[in-house]
Design a protein around this ligand. Structure first.
Ligand code: ADP
Ligand code: MG
Length: 385
């Protein structure tokens, strides 16, 4: 197969969303209602072996039942946050292999309900079926926002500042710790008979490692932040960071330029970079918001924090663009700028370090990102297949 986005584009081109409906290509579908509100819908699947490990592979700490319940809902709620909406309901579908016990399922639902309660969301339905081997979880989330208030990926404008909430790279570092078996005092392994206390015990001895792993296993969707941002006029495009900003920001660039150039439902932002006119971006890698925990672990392990922050996914922070001069209603960090077609990227001297930066003005290819101040000239986000 030609990769995830080419596949989705091919699926998308068979359908055309009705007038006024945002269809395939954004974090949620946006469906206008008679009530004057818009309904938001998104769905995400978590597959054992691809998105999480239940059984001990000899490496890292397996996700606990409670954490998996939390995460299954969290990644979906994050897509509502990404549009600036309020989540209202969820549907939960499960394909359960024989190894899943009643006790494990109980704990899964504890985590699932915990986060639903936190955001006042109720479970409205789902589907349950058997699976021969692997656990598969699908969640669909519903949300709402005032008519026209949803922030899509397609709304970035030349000259916008690029901003993120929270810190980047923590989840990717947590995953790397889990996968590389570098955590201390960890047990791990799947045991459907164990109670939740024992499962929760499978943690590392080091505070900062625990923090990073928690960020990976129990992400917090930025629902309140998204709502505040969608109420702010100067905020234009928005999405959540699920694949790393190197990949996610490109979706904003491509969706925004395609909405200029081509009004058709082409799976907004799913087509390859335009070679003609269109938006590009510059990102100052020295401006990235990084947690102390990430910096401590990176220093100890010799990892490049900037690389984890832009290439690693699953931070579930909000990435958005806003007009210069906008007072953001929530704490956030400006990390770069959207460049108009033909605009020259000329970074200010003080933002560049000894790292990669020719300091010369360049014209950035439409749909592409110029990385300033890092160790490499190019960064790539997570690719599913
Ligand atoms: P996110 O990471 O925000 O969940 P994805 O990258 O999973 O978004 O999906 C991108 C877009 O493609 C979304 O609008 C999603 O609804 C759509 N999409 C993904 N897979 C399919 C599919 N099999 N059929 C139709 N639309 C899909
Ligand atoms: Mg998303």
């Amino acid at each position: 197969m030609k990769g995830e986005f080419e596949l989705i584009r091919r699926i998308a081109e068979r359908f055309r969303a009705p007038e006024g409906v945002t269809g395939i290509g954004d974090d949620c579908a946006v469906i206008p209602q008679m009530s004057g509100k818009d309904t938001l819908v998104s769905t995400d699947m978590l597959m054992e072996g691809s998105h999480f490990l239940l059984s001990g592979t000899g490496k890292g700490r397996a996700i606990s039942a409670r954490e998996l319940g939390w995460k299954s809902a969290a990644v979906n709620l994050s897509d509502i946050a990404a549009m600036g909406g309020r989540p209202t309901g969820v549907f939960l579908s499960l394909a359960l292999p024989p190894k899943i016990t009643d006790g494990w399922m109980e704990e899964f639902m504890v985590g699932f309900k915990e986060i639903c309660d936190r955001f006042g969301v109720v479970l409205l339905g789902g589907d349950t079926t058997a699976s021969p081997d692997r656990l598969c979880i699908n969640v669909t989330v519903l949300g709402e926002c005032p008519s026209g208030a949803a922030r899509t990926r397609a709304a970035a404008r030349g000259g916008d500042l690029i901003c993120v909430t929270g810190t980047l790279g923590d989840s990717a570092a947590g995953l790397r710790l889990i996968a590389s078996d570098q955590t201390e005092g960890r047990e791990g392994g799947f045991d459907g008979q164990k109670d939740v206390a024992e499962q929760r015990n499978c943690t590392t001895g080091r505070e900062e490692e625990r923090y990073l792993i928690d960020r990976h296993y129990m992400p917090m969707p930025r629902v309140e932040e998204g709502l505040a941002l969608s109420g702010c006029e100067g905020v234009h495009a928005m999405m959540d960071v699920s694949d790393g900003i190197a990949s996610d920001l490109q979706h904003i660039l491509r969706a925004s330029q395609s909405s200029d150039v081509d009004q058709q439902n082409d799976g907004a932002g799913l087509q390859p970079a335009s070679t003609g006119t269109g938006l590009s971006a510059e990102i100052d890698l020295n401006a990235l918001p990084l947690s102390d925990e990430l910096l401590r672990v990176c220093e100890r392990e010799g990892w490049d924090a900037a690389e984890l922050a832009v290439e690693g996914g699953e931070d579930y922070e909000l990435l958005f663009t806003m007009a210069p001069g906008t007072e953001p209603p929530i704490p956030c960090t400006v990390i770069g700028r959207i460049l108009s077609a033909g605009e020259i990227s000329e970074p200010e001297g003080q933002s560049a370090t000894e790292g990669y930066d020719s300091r010369t003005a360049v014209q950035v290819t439409p749909g592409e990102i110029r990385w300033i101040g890092g160790k490499k000239s190019d960064y790539r986000g997570f690719v599913h297949f």
